[in-house]
Design a protein around this ligand. Sequence first.
Ligand code: PGA
Length: 252
Amino acid sequence: MSKRVIMAAGNWKMNKTPKEAVEFVNELKGLAAGADSEVVIGVPFVCIPNVIEAVKGSNIKVAAQNVHWEASGAYTGEVSCGMLKESGVDYVIIGHSERREYFGETNEMINKKARAIIDSGMIPIICCGETLTQREQGVTAEHVRYQIKVALLGLSAQEVSNLVIAYEPIWAIGTGKTATEEQAEEVCAIIRKLIAELYGTDVSEKTRILYGGSVNAGNAKALFAMPNIDGGLVGGASLKLDAFEKIIKHYA
Ligand code: PGA
């Protein structure tokens, strides 16, 4: 089977106001027209309405960076899947290490979010990854397998074949210290093997597995060329037009 469609997903984190977001997207639209990857931008909640309007007629899709799993109710400060879906969002990033570390997001919560996102007709981008200590202790495979196993609990083969997983070693996020292609490929292959164990190889050959952690214009091409890496979840470099253009065209 040929390799899956490469996804270049930007994760803006807490950056850009609605006005700045639209200015950026208006520039990106022209650049993305020639992209050979699926282009996604993960923007702050308040930017979503303007960005959805701005990407109309382009090949850029919009992701949210978080969501609550309940449909509605007394959850002050939270946003539901229904709200995102109605706004035109296609993807939702869940389980990012920053959400796990600063906001107490657990594997069980990520599993509930994945269920709710799929039930609303959107696609989860499920993040996982080990700390430097875990890597040095040699428990990366066990840790990532556990994170993904719990995140996928109760999902069907069809649902898993359609979702996206992002392997992001925490020591590589925002540090400029990218995993080597071999390190990234090794763990992405472990994740694909886990999906094959749980759902069979038909499914594991379809699920897209991204690498994230200091992806930039200079390393994207080599990373995305690895057999089990289907693109990248890009933080810092997705905020810069020239760098993100090279990444979405992954010719750098
Ligand atoms: P980075 O962030 O590319 O700035 O390392 C990646 C991420 O956190 O998704």
